[in-house]
Design a protein around this ligand. Structure first.
Ligand SMILES: Nc1ncnc2c1ncn2[C@@H]1O[C@H](COP(=O)(O)OP(=O)(O)O)[C@@H](O)[C@H]1O
Ligand SMILES: [Mg+2]
Length: 356
């Protein structure tokens, strides 16, 4: 039986997972760098350390029964070490794929899905060759560690190649052709230790400047598109042998691809996802509780949508005026307790409920 759930990472996703675990009577123990991080504020059990500190990692592992994560870039070495002490869900093998954009898209293609056309680039010469093959406009992204549109540059014409390569600090990269999508959607799916899955309805996401700004739940898709999206998430979860939660970002194409498919995979995150925050207020089980259930051997909860919902992020300075939402009876305000406001930083979110 799981008595204490260990969570790697101290951000808002860890905070909301810890709060969901607490509701089920389960204590959580956070591994993060600083005691003031959002997740460390909501549980008394915290190990402060960095992911290369083997002693601290072992201390943390000794204090918990099972380990999950809220940050998908935990170094594989740290995960491998932790896995020698306690079960780590999702497994390090899942993270090895999802931390690497080239590996992730290759994996999706191997399992029958479309992606943006792409090429791996390790040198400026590779970028030139990839541009010749894929054409412009294209996007150059660091292969690892990117998030919220960081570490990516749009290349409008071949003369911008060198500037773009320098802008991403000449790191190993992926060059992607631009997908002319009708809309962006995502699907969150949980899979338990026995291989049983529970999938949330697809939602519609809007990004500005690479950062998610709004999620509409459910996405208003045709039955055919909805089935295609759910099937992709399910195929990926099984193929990864996932134990935990997986968010799959997808592009709905304007025109079907030559293979007849209407949706391509953009990226995967094996953890709770910003586009699933609406589930806290508008689904039978929140994505955070679902993760806790999946990794602690509890039955998966219902993923039924109870209300139509619209979620917006509270970014940067908007946090100063977020109190306005408290007087709106349709609004549910969540603030993450971050110590410092920075432009574009995710400070909280608001879910607006509508009757279905
Ligand atoms: N190949 C592409 N074609 C069209 N739009 C893209 C492409 N890649 C990224 N984008 C846009 O940029 C956003 C962020 O890119 P993404 O690959 O999801 O990286 P991140 O890890 O920063 O979320 C996407 O949600 C989408 O709006
Ligand atoms: Mg993304």
């Amino acid at each position: 039986m799981v008595r204490t759930l260990g969570i790697l990472g101290g951000g808002q996703l860890g905070r909301m997972t810890a709060l969901a675990a607490a509701r089920l009577g389960l204590p959580t123990h956070i591994f993060c760098q600083h005691g003031h991080e959002p997740a460390a504020q909501v549980t008394p059990h915290v190990t402060l350390g960095s992911f290369d500190d083997e002693k601290k990692l072992a201390e943390f592992a000794a204090a918990v029964d099972v380990i999950t994560l809220e940050w998908e870039n935990v170094p594989l070495q740290a995960l491998a070490l932790l896995a020698t002490h306690k079960p780590v869900y999702p497994a390090p093998s899942v993270l090895a794929i999802t931390q690497d954009r080239v590996a992730e898209k290759t994996f999706a293609q191997t399992h029958g899905m479309g992606t943006a056309p792409f090429a791996a680039c390790h040198t400026l010469d590779d970028v030139h060759k990839a541009l010749a093959a894929l054409g412009t406009p294209a996007i150059l992204k660091t292969n690892r560690m990117g998030y919220d549109g960081k570490g990516q540059v749009v290349i409008q014409n071949i003369h911008e190649a060198e500037k773009a390569w320098n802008a991403i600090a000449q790191q190993s990269a992926i060059l992607e052709g631009l997908v002319d999508f009708a809309c962006e959607i995502s699907v969150i799916i949980a899979r338990d230790g026995a291989g049983k899955v529970a999938c949330y309805p697809p939602v519609h996401n809007r990004h500005t400047g690479g950062i998610l700004c709004e999620t509409l739940a459910p996405a208003m898709l045709s039955a055919g598109l909805e089935a295609e999206a759910r099937q992709m998430a399910e195929t990926l979860a099984h193929a990864l042998n996932l134990h935990g939660l997986l968010a799959v970002e997808m592009f709905v194409l304007k025109q079907p691809a030559p293979d007849g498919k209407n949706i391509v995979m953009n990226e995967m995150a094996p953890r709770p996802h910003n586009s699933g925050h609406w589930t806290m207020d508008a689904a039978a089980t929140s994505q955070f509780e679902q993760l806790v259930r999946a990794v602690c051997g509890l039955p998966l909860g219902s993923t039924q949508l109870l209300h139509k919902a619209r979620m917006i992020n509270v970014l940067g300075d908007d946090a100063r005026t977020a109190g306005q939402y408290l007087s709106n009876p349709q609004a549910r305000l969540h603030l993450y307790g971050k110590d410092e406001i920075k432009p574009g930083r995710k400070m909280g979110h608001v879910t607006f409920l509508e009757e279905t």
